[in-house]
Design a protein around this ligand. Structure first.
Ligand SMILES: Nc1ncnc2c1ncn2[C@@H]1O[C@H](COP(=O)(O)OP(=O)(O)O)[C@@H](O)[C@H]1O
Ligand SMILES: [Mg+2]
Length: 232
């Protein structure tokens, strides 16, 4: 069963069309990865899934059309989003930044299990009362993932989580994401770093100029060809 499916998604910024019929499917409990070079429309596609950009074309989450729903409703239905660039609130503490994520819970609980979150990201316990703006890029990335997780998503969407982050932290993040998948999480990952993608991915989509040009599972994908779509 697909947790997410999009059908022929078209999106434009004003007169400039960016997505030219995005078709993709993400399987429940798996990691689906979209790869492609800068500017092909990866972030535009994720923002459309979240409702931050609008389309009339079908977006199905757990088999239900959500394209008319607000971003807030989509989050409440169980889609967690870790945006490119992380979007941490600098002037709030680490704890307060995480708490924001509870707004996406489907119940009205506005707290989270600190032990569970800090078990995954110990650095956030040490820095609990520091301002978000004082964290390193890698620490902010972990914070952004924690913020998404406390919303209790079924599907976690991450947009280039390794961008500008040192390798040791990317490995830690891969470990956490793999553990989440072991516990049933579904992940939609956008990534440009193939080494990182290969640590996680079950299925690959290659994007170029606003559409999918190739898709295959991890055992049949042609990585040499994939690389040609990542280099400039
Ligand atoms: N807010 C915007 N207004 C107009 N054009 C945009 C906007 N955001 C992105 N674009 C353009 O849309 C294209 C796709 O961008 P994006 O989705 O960010 O690509 P990617 O995430 O694959 O790097 C690029 O040409 C970019 O310049
Ligand atoms: Mg992007």
């Amino acid at each position: 069963m697909n947790i997410l499916e999009t059908r022929n998604i078209q999106v434009a910024y004003g007169q400039t069309q960016i997505l030219w019929g995005m078709d993709m499917q993400a399987k429940r409990g798996k990691v689906t990865t979209i790869m492609g070079r800068n500017g092909v429309g990866k972030t535009t596609f994720l923002r459309t899934i979240m409702g931050l950009l609008r389309t009339k074309d079908p977006i199905l989450f757990n088999g239900e059309e959500i394209q008319k729903r607000s971003t807030y409703k989509r989050a409440k239905k169980g889609i967690g989003y870790v945006p490119q660039g992380r979007e941490i609130i600098s002037k709030l503490t680490v704890y307060e930044n995480i708490l924001i994520g509870t707004e996406s819970r489907s119940d009205s609980v506005r707290s989270f299990d600190e032990d569970e979150i800090y078990g995954m990201f110990p650095i956030l316990k040490d820095f609990r009362n520091r301002l978000g703006g004082n964290l390193s890029g890698g620490q902010q990335q972990q914070l952004a993932i924690a913020r998404a997780l406390v919303g209790k998503p079924d599907l976690l969407i991450l947009d280039e989580p390794t961008e500008g982050i040192q390798p040791s932290i990317t490995l830690e993040i891969a470990g956490v994401l793999n553990q989440l998948v072991e516990h049933g999480m579904s992940i939609l990952l956008v990534e440009q770093k193939l080494d990182f993608a290969r640590l996680l991915s079950d299925y690959y989509y290659i994007m170029d100029r606003g559409k999918v040009v190739r898709h295959a599972d991890k055992d049949t994908i042609d990585f040499d060809e994939l690389k040609t779509y990542l280099s400039v």
